[in-house]
Each structure stands twice: as structure tokens, then as C-alpha cells.
Design a protein around this ligand. Structure first.
Ligand code: NAD
Length: 351
């Protein structure tokens, strides 16, 4: 065992039914006096209720998935104009992503309050989109100083989105098993994360209004993101990154659809990942465990249902191969990738 693992510095507060107090405590720790809130319009009322104890200088509600550069520029201007000295993001990965874009150029500290299972709040990865090209990077400035997880905020997430977003978190775990910098700590965290997600998600579909399923899934989603941030993007994330940017596909659903196909390709070449995923899902094999979970959750199956054109399969192959990690467990040829993308497009699940 010879490896170097870097742990990211961040406060993580789990505060069920208590987000307003926890956010106020975290902002006080930053000694902030002009707070800019970043939230999408559908969460504006929630954000108002959660931040009424804060010195709010501005509420910014222009949030767009994948953070177009023009949207980031307008948010950065608003931060300067309102003399913001801290950012509080309330929402899914898109709201967190916009706060990160502002932090990237201003250095402002972020308190993230997630309302999905995307996990962006626990990574130092930023993303910006110019036209159809999404660029990502790693920078310490974008890592939120604190996360406030309040599972009660996720009870309003429609069940299909909970499922897709939870499977996005599961994809962080699976890719963390073989990402370019994956180490034994990442794999241990990812295995425990899969356990949390595998138990939490069916509880959400059985009782969407209950707190327990959301709590367990949030715990899994946080661990998943920590493992992923350390291991780096594996093949799964590279595929989704290219498809999302090229065809403007919804993030969580794209991950949910592609995941079984990448697992089917890589698992036979990655025995430790295979064993850990199967164990965490209490199944004889990793793929059977994922298939059983997906069936219970009625998970999304086909990229064609989310707006990807059929000729997109051929268009995506080269850009994906160009960024596919050299250490991917399975060999990857244009033919393998074409077959994988066609199956994901059709909804032809691997057996
Ligand atoms: P999102 O933030 O766009 O949210 C999806 C939809 O759900 C939106 O319409 C939103 O209004 C709604 N919503 C969110 N929370 C809700 C709630 N509690 N109740 C009801 N509706 C709610 O989608 P996402 O999947 O959370 O995030 C996707 C974005 O995050 C992508 O741009 C992706 O690239 C980024 N991301 C980044 C990282 C990273 O490490 N940098 C990791 C994961 C995702």
C-alpha cells in the first residue's frame, strides 16, 4: 500500500429540520456582513425562509444548468456590485455550480445548502459552458467552506429526480473505484456510499415525504462526492461530460442511464471494484446489484428519451475517446464505445 490521499478542508454540518440555524452559524463563522444568496427561482421562497437571519445584500436567481459563461459573468458582476463578502447557495448542482463560478474569480467563501444528491458541494471541481463546450477544472477556491445538509429540504424533490440524482451519486462511487487517482481510501468511502445510496433510495420511493430515506441518501451522496473528488473523473464521467455538453442533456438522468453500461464494460476487468460494489449492494455481482436497484427505483433507461439525437452516437465517439482516461480497466476502441452509446441511446440494458 503506497499512495498519497489528499483530504479537502471543509466543514460538513448535518442538520435535519434545522438548516436556517445551521446556515446562520456558518455565516457567522465567516464574519460575513454582505451575503449574496444564489438560488433558482423555484427555490426562492425556501431561500427567503432559510436566510431571514442573515445580513443579505443580494438574492441572485439566474441559475442555468452547466453554468453558461454569460450567466457566470452576470453573477460575478452582481457580487461585486452588492459588495458581497460571502455566498450562500441553496439548490441543486446548478446553484452550487454558479456559486463556484463566482468563487473562482472573486475568492469569496461559499456556504452550500444542497437540495439534490449531485454532490458538487463536496468537490473542488468547477464547470463552465461556452456554446456547446463544457470546460471543467480543479481549484481550491471553489470548494465550499461549509456544507449544510438538511434532509427535509429534499422532500420536495420529485421522486423521479430523487432517483436520477441518487444514481448520479452512485455514478460518483462507481467511477471512484477506477478513476485516474483512485486510492484505497476512495474505494472504502465509495463502498460505504453505495451502501447508503442502495438502502436510502428505495426508502425514498416507498415514502418520499419521510425523512429517513433522504437522510441516508444524503449521507451516501456526500461520501460519494468525497471519493469522486479524490479519485478524479473516470470513463463514466468523461462520457456524460461530452454528451451533456454536446446535446444539452439533463445531468442526473444522463448519469443514471449511462452507468450500467460503463459498469458492464469495466467490471470484468476490475475485480476489486466488482467485489466492493456487489458487497455494498448485497448482490452476487455488481451488475446484478445495480440492475436490481434500478428496477426497484424504475430508473431512466434511454438517452433518446432525454433529447439525444441518434446521429449523436457517431458524433460523440471521437471526443470521448480523446479524453477517456488511459488507465480505464477495460480496453476501449471506437467499436466498444459505439456499441455502448447505442445501447444507452436505445435503452438496451446490459445483462
Ligand atoms: P439542478 O441543480 O439543475 O436541479 C434539477 C432541477 O431540480 C431544477 O429544476 C431545480 O429547480 C429542481 N430542484 C432542485 N432541488 C429541488 C428540491 N429540493 N425540490 C424541488 N425541485 C428541486 O440539477 P443537479 O442534477 O442537482 O445538478 C446538475 C449540475 O451540477 C450540472 O451542471 C453538473 O455538471 C453539476 N455537478 C457538478 C459537480 C462537481 O463536482 N462540480 C458534481 C455533480 C454535479
Amino acid at each position: 500500500m503506497r499512495f498519497t490521499h489528499e483530504t479537502l478542508p471543509q466543514r460538513v454540518v448535518f442538520a435535519p429540520n434545522d438548516a436556517a440555524r445551521a446556515i446562520s452559524d456558518e455565516v457567522a463563522r465567516l464574519h460575513a456582513e454582505h451575503v449574496m444568496i444564489i438560488t433558482d427561482p423555484s427555490s426562492a421562497a425556501l431561500a427567503d425562509a432559510l436566510t431571514d437571519r442573515l445580513p443579505v445584500a443580494h438574492v441572485h436567481d439566474e441559475v442555468v444548468m452547466h453554468v453558461p459563461v454569460e450567466v457566470a459573468d452576470r453573477a460575478r458582476e452582481a457580487a461585486t456590485k452588492s459588495r458581497a463578502d460571502a455566498l450562500v447557495s441553496i439548490g441543486g448542482g446548478s446553484a452550487t455550480g454558479l456559486a463556484k463560478a463566482v468563487a473562482l474569480t472573486t475568492g469569496l467563501p461559499v456556504v452550500a445548502v444542497p437540495t439534490t444528491y449531485a454532490g458538487s458541494e463536496a468537490t473542488n471541481v468547477w464547470g463552465l459552458t461556452r456554446g456547446t463546450t463544457k470546460t471543467t477544472g480543479v481549484d481550491a477556491r471553489v470548494l465550499p467552506r461549509a456544507i449544510v445538509y438538511d434532509a427535509s429540504l429534499l422532500r420536495t424533490l420529485p421522486v423521479e429526480l430523487s432517483v436520477a440524482s441518487g444514481l448520479n451519486a452512485l455514478a460518483h462511487c462507481v467511477d471512484a473505484m477506477w478513476g485516474p487517482y483512485a486510492d484505497p481510501i476512495d474505494r472504502a468511502l465509495a463502498e460505504e456510499a453505495i451502501r447508503g445510496l442502495g438502502q436510502g433510495l428505495p426508502r425514498i420511493t416507498a415514502d418520499p415525504a419521510g425523512l429517513a430515506g433522504h437522510e441516508q441518501t444524503l449521507y451516501g451522496a456526500y461520501l460519494a462526492a468525497v471519493a469522486f473528488a479524490s479519485a478524479g473523473s473516470g470513463l463514466h464521467h468523461k462520457i456524460c461530460h461530452v454528451l451533456g455538453g454536446m446535446f444539452d442533456l439533463p445531468h442526473a438522468q444522463t448519469h443514471a442511464v449511462v452507468l450500467p453500461h460503463v459498469l458492464a464494460l469495466n467490471a470484468p476487468h476490475a475485480p476489486e471494484a466488482e467485489r466492493r460494489i456487489a458487497t455494498a449492494l448485497t448482490s452476487p455481482t455488481a451488475l446484478a446489484g445495480l440492475a436490481a436497484l434500478r428496477a426497484r427505483l424504475d430508473a431512466p433507461t434511454a438517452l433518446k428519451d432525454y433529447g439525444m439525437p441518434e446521429d449523436g452516437i457517431a458524433k460523440a465517439v471521437e471526443p470521448i475517446l480523446a479524453i477517456a482516461p488511459a488507465n480505464n480497466p477495460a480496453p476501449l476502441t471506437p467499436d466498444h464505445l459505439t456499441a455502448l452509446l447505442r445501447a444507452a441511446w436505445e435503452g438496451d440494458l446490459p445483462r
